[in-house]
Design a protein around this ligand. Structure first.
Ligand code: GDP
Length: 179
């Protein structure tokens, strides 16, 4: 399964918290610095994939186009990919580039689980309101999309995210027909 999201959304922090590793993914304060697809092997059959962050305003057009080609190709051609964990900043939900990711997933019928990150920035009530709004805006999507609040720093939603990850990885373990 793969992790994707805009630069600085908190993707590295989330990967480290969900896997219980302190520095599996590099956390960085420089948006758009990591432009590679990084694979982490958990077992011989189970891999986490860290897709390069997107939506970085200052990057040159050629870098953005290269990102687009690379990630679109990856999503379309990785037969073994069970699902995408899409990280979206709860303070700026569903920006244009997030919709683009969702549309690619819909095109290839890829299940998506959205983590609304940095949920610690809000009160419980405000967080729930954001969650409902995002769910409503996603009802038109035909692909399976689930959404939850998440915070790597204040431990919100870690167990739920882990359950989804385990579900996808366990399924892939049993599905030997896929490569
Ligand atoms: P990435 O670029 O998406 O991999 O994001 P990072 O994990 O490197 O985090 C980007 C910035 O957001 C850093 O300054 C983190 O400390 C901060 N951050 C990450 N997760 C959280 C969170 O759950 N809550 C808050 N308040 N800040 C976070």
């Amino acid at each position: 399964m793969a992790f994707a999201g805009r630069s600085n959304v908190g993707k590295s922090s989330a990967i480290n918290r969900i896997t219980g590793q302190k520095s599996l993914a590099r956390t960085s304060k420089t948006p758009g610095r990591t432009q590679q697809i990084i694979f982490f092997s958990l077992t011989d059959y189970q891999r986490l994939v860290d897709l390069p962050g997107y939506g970085f305003a200052k990057a040159p057009l050629t870098v953005k186009q290269q990102w687009q080609r690379q990630v679109e190709y990856y999503l379309q051609h990785r037969q073994s990919l069970q699902g995408l964990m899409l990280l979206i900043d709860s303070r700026h939900p569903l920006m244009e580039s997030d919709w683009q990711m969702l549309h690619w997933c819909q095109t290839v019928n890829m299940p998506v689980h959205i983590l609304l990150t940095k949920a610690d920035k809000f009160s419980y009530g405000k967080g729930q309101a954001i969650l409902q709004q995002v769910r409503q805006r996603l009802t038109a999507f035909s692909v399976a999309v689930s959404v939850q609040l998440f915070s790597a720093t204040k431990t919100i939603g870690i167990d739920t995210a882990r359950q989804r990850l385990t579900q996808w990885l366990t399924f892939s373990d049993h599905d030997s027909s896929k490569s």
